[in-house]
Write a protein that binds this ligand. Sequence first.
Ligand code: CU
Length: 349
Amino acid sequence: MAGPRRIGLLVLCSATLGTALWLMAGKPQGEPALLPQSATEAVQAQHAQHQPPTKGSDSYQYRHPSGRKFNPSQVYDPMPPPPQPAPNGVREFTLVLEEDVPHEVAPGVEMPAWTINGTVPGPVLRATEGDLLRITLVNKGKVPHTIHFHGIHPSHADGVFELVPPGGSFTYEFVAQPYGIMPYHCHAMPTSQHIHNGLYGMLIIDPKEGRPPMRELAMVMSAFDVDRDGEADFYTWNGRAFQYADNPIPLKLGEPVRMYVMNIFEEAMVPHIHGNLYRLFPSGTTLTPTEYTDVKTLSIAERAILEFQYDYPGPYMFQCHVTEHMELGLMGWFDVVEEKQIISQHRTD
Ligand SMILES: [Cu+2]
């Protein structure tokens, strides 16, 4: 997004949010706008900069205009694997990289993505500080790839110098350190292409003493340039726009939640939860929170742990507070319900 456009976006925030609230109130299709003419024109001018299939918030108001929804079976499971002891202190993973895998980035909008183990983002990897990580990259694509891990490790495991050719494989071996959220991504050139096509994921390294048990969610913020015009068309939690709007994440009233969040795109992202504030653990590299807030700007490749619990039931949006990102898919719903409601829902299923 160009600088002047970003400034324009800020100027237009109030108008855009006004439109959002107005549309949420259930404006029938085709009726004239209730906003002042100048504000409406400004919003339209903002959206006119998008080329199809992106049409901006008028069409993408928390739902793809096709009316089509994600099949729940397609939804990226937001629950990370639980912390587990490593057998003999060694944690082994195999990451299979493929290119041009059909990926439904928004309901009804498919693009050829580059995937790790078949998904964008790749799988959440989890280890405990001090484990020996043994991670094998298998290249099933047509161009060379690597995997670069953030964290502390020797040069030979940095995933920059060796290029794994098509049909080849390479095993990275290093000690998991420090604890925190460590992004992993392909570093082959052009790296922008390899990352933006989908070759990234999250490595969670737990502290040796562990963290208090909680309901956990892992959420990668990213974006996709479907029409290859150099501008992102969809912004996503875990690789698909609006997937958690179509399939809200149920939370129990009062249950502590730990959300691992990572921004792998090249624009600032601002994770925001509604009706609540979160305790912030920057990069996940501390055991005590540094801030109590409801917005925190995550710059490029920045990540954080957010911990919170809901005291009131109901649906709550979780979003990127960059309004364009929200409108283009980086939003979803927590469905906060009392535990007895969850049990009764299961009984009637
Ligand atoms: Cu690559």
